[in-house]
Design a protein around this ligand. Structure first.
Ligand code: MG
Length: 326
């Protein structure tokens, strides 16, 4: 079946779509009350974030837009030290969308939300004219446990900078699909609860965290350095990149430093906790390829010690990394 304007009319077809697609996969006591708004009982410091997802293709190796829409928002909450609790999901469907494709994405959204420990408590669906596309917005709320103060402003000289795994996987995967290239590069799209929980459970003094999305590691490091007015020095030799992604980047002239991921993060921790943080990350499913990448220095900017012993300034990504990957 194809989605038509009638599915967004608020009438019988809309009700049918709600029941057969969304109702099949999204259940919880809050949503099932079917009120005009979700009522949430939360007290404490809240992290609150929103993101819209417009990636094409909507299904790719290792995930789809439904999974991505949960991971993107959940990971942003996690990066502030929050425990993700609730999500909203707003779907914009283009006329002509195959309902099976929609169902695939809704099912994987529900599955990923369960894995990330969040409840989808409010939602909306609109149908617009178009050519069978699908876009999703998610907004999330998380609770920051008492005593956690996670911010780029916290960086100190001597802190260690860790990265949780290989760079560029999601970007290279989506780009491969778009270019019709045959390879086995998989998106790393994943909720990072396991890594963040492991850091705090092991008593690591975490200063700041960032998920390495659009703009890539180079951009995230610059954001941290600029906000904290510190410098960051990393070692090229330690940059984790899969051989296949490195080869792909080599052919297209892309730099893995600026390639986006959807399941990788940076953590800046007290220098004395570097090994503890590394062990904690490596003990998780999503952090097994973690490395200590460098240190925070007194000066500004980001510098990379190259394999040949030189030093290169790592700047932010300028312009838009193409195509849109999230
Ligand atoms: Mg982020």
């Amino acid at each position: 079946m194809k989605i038509t304007m009638a599915h967004g009319s608020g009438g019988k077809s809309s009700a049918e779509l709600m029941k057969t697609v969304f109702g099949t996969y999204f259940h919880n006591e809050i949503l099932e009350k079917m009120e005009d708004a979700a009522v949430l009982d939360i007290s404490g410091r809240i992290a609150f974030s929103t993101d819209s997802f417009v990636v094409t293709p909507v299904v790719f190796r290792g995930g789809d837009i439904g999974k991505l829409a949960v991971c993107g928002t959940v990971n942003d909450l996690l990066m502030m030290g929050a425990r993700p609790l609730y999500l909203t999901s707003a779907y914009i469907l283009e006329e002509g969308l195959e309902s099976d494709l929609l169902e695939t994405c809704v099912a994987s959204m529900a599955d990923t939300a369960a894995k990330a420990g969040v409840k989808i408590v409010a939602g909306d669906t609109k149908v617009v004219e178009g050519s069978g596309g699908l876009m999703i917005n998610t907004t999330g709320i998380g609770l920051i446990p008492e005593g956690r103060d996670i911010s780029a402003a916290n960086l100190r000289e001597g802190d260690a900078v860790l990265v949780s795994g290989c760079l560029g996987d999601h970007h290279a995967c989506v780009l491969s699909h778009r270019m019709g290239l045959e390879n086995d590069i998989q998106s790393d799209c994943a909720p990072l609860n396991d890594i963040v929980d492991a850091l705090f459970e092991n008593g690591v003094r975490v200063r700041a965290m960032r998920d390495i999305t659009r703009g890539g590691l180079g951009t995230m490091l610059n954001e941290l350095a600029n906000t904290s007015r510190r410098g960051i020095e990393i070692e090229e030799e330690r940059l984790p990149v899969r051989d296949e992604v490195r080869g792909f980047c080599g052919i297209l002239g892309l730099d893995p430093l600026y390639m986006g991921n959807e399941g990788k993060m940076l953590a800046v921790v007290d220098g004395a906790d570097a090994e503890k943080a590394l062990a904690a990350m490596k003990g998780t499913e999503h952090g097994k390829d973690a490395v200590i990448l460098g240190t925070v220095t007194a000066g500004g900017g980001v510098v990379m010690k190259t394999r040949l012993g030189g030093r290169r300034v790592v700047d932010m990504l300028y312009g838009e990394g193409l195509p849109r990957i999230c």
